[in-house]
Design a protein around this ligand. Structure first.
Ligand SMILES: [Zn+2]
Length: 283
Protein backbone atom coordinates (compact mmCIF):
# COMPACT_ATOMS: atom_id res chain seq x y z
CA UNK A 1 0.00 0.00 0.00
CA UNK A 2 1.35 3.41 -0.96
CA UNK A 3 1.32 6.29 1.51
CA UNK A 4 1.04 10.01 0.90
CA UNK A 5 1.63 12.91 3.27
CA UNK A 6 0.39 16.41 2.42
CA UNK A 7 1.76 19.52 4.10
CA UNK A 8 -0.48 22.57 4.08
CA UNK A 9 -0.38 26.02 5.61
CA UNK A 10 -4.02 26.78 6.49
CA UNK A 11 -7.37 25.01 6.68
CA UNK A 12 -8.79 25.20 3.10
CA UNK A 13 -5.41 24.86 1.34
CA UNK A 14 -5.83 21.06 1.37
CA UNK A 15 -9.07 21.57 -0.59
CA UNK A 16 -7.91 24.23 -3.06
CA UNK A 17 -4.62 22.53 -3.97
CA UNK A 18 -4.62 19.00 -5.31
CA UNK A 19 -7.69 17.75 -3.40
CA UNK A 20 -9.13 15.78 -6.31
CA UNK A 21 -5.78 14.03 -6.80
CA UNK A 22 -5.53 13.01 -3.15
CA UNK A 23 -9.16 11.81 -3.27
CA UNK A 24 -8.37 9.72 -6.36
CA UNK A 25 -5.39 8.06 -4.73
CA UNK A 26 -7.37 7.36 -1.56
CA UNK A 27 -9.96 5.62 -3.76
CA UNK A 28 -7.10 3.54 -5.18
CA UNK A 29 -6.15 2.42 -1.65
CA UNK A 30 -3.43 4.94 -0.80
CA UNK A 31 -3.18 5.92 2.87
CA UNK A 32 -3.16 9.73 3.01
CA UNK A 33 -2.36 11.89 6.03
CA UNK A 34 -2.76 15.65 6.18
CA UNK A 35 -0.57 18.01 8.18
CA UNK A 36 -1.97 21.52 8.62
CA UNK A 37 0.45 24.00 10.14
CA UNK A 38 -1.87 26.76 11.35
CA UNK A 39 -5.46 27.35 12.34
CA UNK A 40 -6.08 30.06 9.77
CA UNK A 41 -6.76 32.57 12.55
CA UNK A 42 -5.89 35.57 10.39
CA UNK A 43 -8.37 34.65 7.67
CA UNK A 44 -11.21 36.97 6.75
CA UNK A 45 -14.76 35.77 6.29
CA UNK A 46 -14.97 35.52 2.54
CA UNK A 47 -18.51 34.20 2.20
CA UNK A 48 -21.17 36.92 2.75
CA UNK A 49 -23.64 34.29 4.00
CA UNK A 50 -21.29 33.44 6.89
CA UNK A 51 -20.53 37.04 7.85
CA UNK A 52 -22.76 37.00 10.93
CA UNK A 53 -22.41 37.57 14.69
CA UNK A 54 -20.30 35.02 16.53
CA UNK A 55 -18.54 33.64 13.46
CA UNK A 56 -15.55 35.97 13.53
CA UNK A 57 -15.16 35.50 17.30
CA UNK A 58 -15.20 31.71 17.03
CA UNK A 59 -13.29 31.54 13.76
CA UNK A 60 -10.53 29.16 14.95
CA UNK A 61 -13.05 26.60 16.24
CA UNK A 62 -15.25 26.97 13.17
CA UNK A 63 -12.28 26.56 10.84
CA UNK A 64 -11.23 23.40 12.72
CA UNK A 65 -14.69 21.95 12.07
CA UNK A 66 -14.60 22.99 8.43
CA UNK A 67 -11.20 21.33 8.05
CA UNK A 68 -12.40 18.10 9.66
CA UNK A 69 -15.38 18.03 7.31
CA UNK A 70 -13.28 18.74 4.20
CA UNK A 71 -10.64 16.16 5.16
CA UNK A 72 -13.39 13.55 5.62
CA UNK A 73 -14.82 14.35 2.17
CA UNK A 74 -11.40 13.94 0.56
CA UNK A 75 -10.88 10.78 2.62
CA UNK A 76 -7.77 11.56 4.66
CA UNK A 77 -6.99 8.85 7.19
CA UNK A 78 -5.73 11.35 9.73
CA UNK A 79 -5.36 15.10 10.18
CA UNK A 80 -2.40 16.35 12.19
CA UNK A 81 -2.72 19.94 13.40
CA UNK A 82 0.64 21.47 14.23
CA UNK A 83 -1.24 24.19 16.13
CA UNK A 84 0.78 27.22 15.09
CA UNK A 85 -0.89 30.53 14.53
CA UNK A 86 -1.59 31.92 11.07
CA UNK A 87 1.16 34.45 10.27
CA UNK A 88 -1.09 36.70 8.20
CA UNK A 89 0.43 39.01 5.63
CA UNK A 90 3.67 40.97 6.24
CA UNK A 91 3.35 44.18 8.29
CA UNK A 92 0.20 43.06 10.10
CA UNK A 93 -0.41 42.47 13.82
CA UNK A 94 -0.86 38.75 13.16
CA UNK A 95 2.53 38.63 11.48
CA UNK A 96 4.32 40.18 14.46
CA UNK A 97 3.04 37.68 17.06
CA UNK A 98 5.57 35.33 18.67
CA UNK A 99 3.28 32.33 18.10
CA UNK A 100 2.90 33.05 14.38
CA UNK A 101 4.07 30.07 12.33
CA UNK A 102 6.88 32.01 10.66
CA UNK A 103 8.20 33.33 14.01
CA UNK A 104 8.49 29.90 15.63
CA UNK A 105 11.97 28.37 15.93
CA UNK A 106 12.60 26.64 12.60
CA UNK A 107 14.56 23.78 14.20
CA UNK A 108 11.52 22.95 16.36
CA UNK A 109 9.15 22.85 13.38
CA UNK A 110 11.54 20.78 11.28
CA UNK A 111 12.05 18.26 14.09
CA UNK A 112 8.28 17.82 14.43
CA UNK A 113 7.92 17.30 10.69
CA UNK A 114 10.81 14.83 10.57
CA UNK A 115 9.20 12.86 13.40
CA UNK A 116 5.88 12.76 11.51
CA UNK A 117 7.53 11.69 8.24
CA UNK A 118 9.53 8.95 9.97
CA UNK A 119 6.37 7.66 11.65
CA UNK A 120 4.07 7.84 8.58
CA UNK A 121 6.75 6.78 6.07
CA UNK A 122 5.13 8.39 3.01
CA UNK A 123 6.31 7.47 -0.49
CA UNK A 124 5.08 10.80 -1.83
CA UNK A 125 5.19 14.12 0.00
CA UNK A 126 3.15 17.10 -1.15
CA UNK A 127 4.54 20.52 -0.27
CA UNK A 128 4.44 23.88 -1.99
CA UNK A 129 6.37 25.45 -4.83
CA UNK A 130 8.33 28.65 -4.30
CA UNK A 131 5.06 30.58 -4.50
CA UNK A 132 6.03 33.64 -6.48
CA UNK A 133 2.38 34.15 -7.38
CA UNK A 134 0.97 34.13 -3.85
CA UNK A 135 3.76 35.03 -1.43
CA UNK A 136 1.87 34.38 1.83
CA UNK A 137 4.56 33.95 4.51
CA UNK A 138 3.03 30.65 5.72
CA UNK A 139 2.99 29.28 2.17
CA UNK A 140 6.61 30.26 1.64
CA UNK A 141 7.43 28.53 4.93
CA UNK A 142 5.68 25.32 3.82
CA UNK A 143 7.78 25.38 0.66
CA UNK A 144 11.00 25.56 2.69
CA UNK A 145 9.93 22.92 5.24
CA UNK A 146 8.84 20.52 2.49
CA UNK A 147 12.25 20.71 0.85
CA UNK A 148 14.08 20.50 4.18
CA UNK A 149 12.10 17.57 5.60
CA UNK A 150 12.60 15.58 2.37
CA UNK A 151 16.35 15.70 3.08
CA UNK A 152 16.39 15.65 6.88
CA UNK A 153 13.99 12.71 7.42
CA UNK A 154 16.31 10.47 5.37
CA UNK A 155 19.48 11.64 7.12
CA UNK A 156 20.50 9.23 9.92
CA UNK A 157 22.57 11.94 11.58
CA UNK A 158 19.53 14.26 11.87
CA UNK A 159 17.69 13.76 15.16
CA UNK A 160 18.23 10.02 15.71
CA UNK A 161 15.73 10.27 18.59
CA UNK A 162 13.02 11.27 16.07
CA UNK A 163 12.70 7.77 14.61
CA UNK A 164 14.23 5.51 11.98
CA UNK A 165 15.33 7.49 8.92
CA UNK A 166 12.82 7.40 6.06
CA UNK A 167 13.59 8.38 2.48
CA UNK A 168 10.48 9.86 0.88
CA UNK A 169 10.71 8.99 -2.81
CA UNK A 170 9.25 12.14 -4.39
CA UNK A 171 8.31 15.65 -3.35
CA UNK A 172 5.70 17.47 -5.42
CA UNK A 173 3.94 20.80 -5.25
CA UNK A 174 0.41 21.27 -6.54
CA UNK A 175 0.40 24.06 -9.14
CA UNK A 176 -1.99 25.98 -11.35
CA UNK A 177 -0.16 25.56 -14.64
CA UNK A 178 -0.17 27.98 -17.56
CA UNK A 179 -1.51 25.13 -19.71
CA UNK A 180 -4.45 24.55 -17.37
CA UNK A 181 -5.23 28.24 -16.94
CA UNK A 182 -5.13 28.87 -20.69
CA UNK A 183 -7.24 25.81 -21.56
CA UNK A 184 -9.96 26.58 -18.98
CA UNK A 185 -9.99 30.29 -19.85
CA UNK A 186 -10.45 29.63 -23.55
CA UNK A 187 -13.07 26.94 -23.01
CA UNK A 188 -15.08 29.27 -20.75
CA UNK A 189 -14.94 32.05 -23.37
CA UNK A 190 -16.10 29.65 -26.07
CA UNK A 191 -18.97 28.28 -24.01
CA UNK A 192 -20.22 31.31 -22.08
CA UNK A 193 -18.54 34.38 -23.59
CA UNK A 194 -16.86 35.20 -20.25
CA UNK A 195 -14.18 33.73 -18.04
CA UNK A 196 -13.45 34.06 -14.32
CA UNK A 197 -9.75 33.79 -15.23
CA UNK A 198 -9.52 37.01 -17.27
CA UNK A 199 -7.47 38.84 -14.59
CA UNK A 200 -5.18 35.85 -14.07
CA UNK A 201 -4.58 35.60 -17.81
CA UNK A 202 -3.52 39.24 -17.91
CA UNK A 203 -1.04 38.80 -15.08
CA UNK A 204 0.18 35.38 -16.19
CA UNK A 205 3.74 34.89 -17.38
CA UNK A 206 3.31 32.65 -20.45
CA UNK A 207 6.74 31.07 -19.98
CA UNK A 208 6.41 30.60 -16.20
CA UNK A 209 6.34 26.79 -16.39
CA UNK A 210 9.17 26.29 -18.86
CA UNK A 211 11.88 24.18 -17.29
CA UNK A 212 9.57 22.78 -14.59
CA UNK A 213 9.00 19.04 -14.37
CA UNK A 214 5.21 18.80 -14.36
CA UNK A 215 3.06 15.72 -13.80
CA UNK A 216 -0.60 15.99 -14.82
CA UNK A 217 -2.90 13.62 -12.94
CA UNK A 218 -6.30 12.80 -14.47
CA UNK A 219 -8.91 13.67 -11.85
CA UNK A 220 -12.10 13.38 -13.93
CA UNK A 221 -13.59 10.95 -11.41
CA UNK A 222 -12.94 13.04 -8.27
CA UNK A 223 -13.18 16.66 -9.43
CA UNK A 224 -16.61 17.10 -7.86
CA UNK A 225 -15.40 15.67 -4.57
CA UNK A 226 -12.54 18.17 -4.51
CA UNK A 227 -15.08 20.95 -4.94
CA UNK A 228 -17.31 19.55 -2.20
CA UNK A 229 -14.32 19.64 0.14
CA UNK A 230 -13.64 23.26 -0.75
CA UNK A 231 -17.30 24.13 -0.20
CA UNK A 232 -17.04 22.72 3.35
CA UNK A 233 -14.86 25.75 4.18
CA UNK A 234 -17.98 27.87 4.45
CA UNK A 235 -16.32 30.90 6.04
CA UNK A 236 -13.59 31.01 3.39
CA UNK A 237 -15.39 30.08 0.22
CA UNK A 238 -18.44 31.66 -1.34
CA UNK A 239 -20.43 28.84 -2.99
CA UNK A 240 -21.39 31.36 -5.69
CA UNK A 241 -17.80 32.49 -6.06
CA UNK A 242 -14.95 32.29 -8.48
CA UNK A 243 -13.98 28.66 -7.94
CA UNK A 244 -17.37 27.32 -8.85
CA UNK A 245 -18.00 29.31 -12.04
CA UNK A 246 -16.35 26.73 -14.23
CA UNK A 247 -18.69 23.75 -14.75
CA UNK A 248 -17.21 20.36 -13.84
CA UNK A 249 -18.18 18.91 -17.23
CA UNK A 250 -16.27 21.70 -19.00
CA UNK A 251 -13.16 20.90 -16.94
CA UNK A 252 -13.52 17.18 -17.72
CA UNK A 253 -13.87 17.99 -21.44
CA UNK A 254 -10.98 20.45 -21.66
CA UNK A 255 -8.37 19.86 -18.97
CA UNK A 256 -9.30 17.06 -16.54
CA UNK A 257 -5.96 17.22 -14.73
CA UNK A 258 -4.41 18.59 -11.61
CA UNK A 259 -0.79 19.55 -12.17
CA UNK A 260 2.14 18.97 -9.83
CA UNK A 261 5.66 20.28 -10.02
CA UNK A 262 8.34 17.75 -9.09
CA UNK A 263 10.59 19.46 -6.54
CA UNK A 264 12.79 16.52 -5.57
CA UNK A 265 13.05 12.81 -6.31
CA UNK A 266 15.04 9.74 -5.34
CA UNK A 267 13.70 7.64 -8.24
CA UNK A 268 13.80 8.09 -12.00
CA UNK A 269 10.86 10.16 -13.24
CA UNK A 270 9.80 9.80 -16.88
CA UNK A 271 9.08 13.12 -18.65
CA UNK A 272 5.53 12.06 -19.60
CA UNK A 273 4.65 10.71 -16.14
CA UNK A 274 0.92 10.72 -15.31
CA UNK A 275 0.98 9.20 -11.84
CA UNK A 276 2.68 10.59 -8.72
CA UNK A 277 3.57 7.04 -7.57
CA UNK A 278 5.22 5.92 -10.85
CA UNK A 279 8.64 4.40 -10.42
CA UNK A 280 8.14 3.67 -6.71
CA UNK A 281 8.17 0.18 -5.22
CA UNK A 282 5.76 -0.38 -2.33
CA UNK A 283 7.64 -0.77 0.94
ZN1 LIG B 1 -3.22 29.24 2.76
Amino acid sequence: MFRLLALHAHPDDESSKGAATVAKYIDDGVRAVLVTATGGEAGDILNPAMDKPGVKKNLPEIRRQELAEAAAIIGYEEVILLGYRDSGMPDTEDNARADAFTNVDEAEVLARLVEIVRRERPHVLLGYDSHERYPHPDHLAIHRYGVDVFTAAADPSFGPELGEPWAVKKLYAPMFSVARLTALHEAMLTRTGESPFADWMERMDPVADIGKRVTSVDVSATLSRGRDALRAHRTQVDPDGFWFHVPVDLVVDTYPYEDFELLATRVTVEPDEKNLFDGIAVG
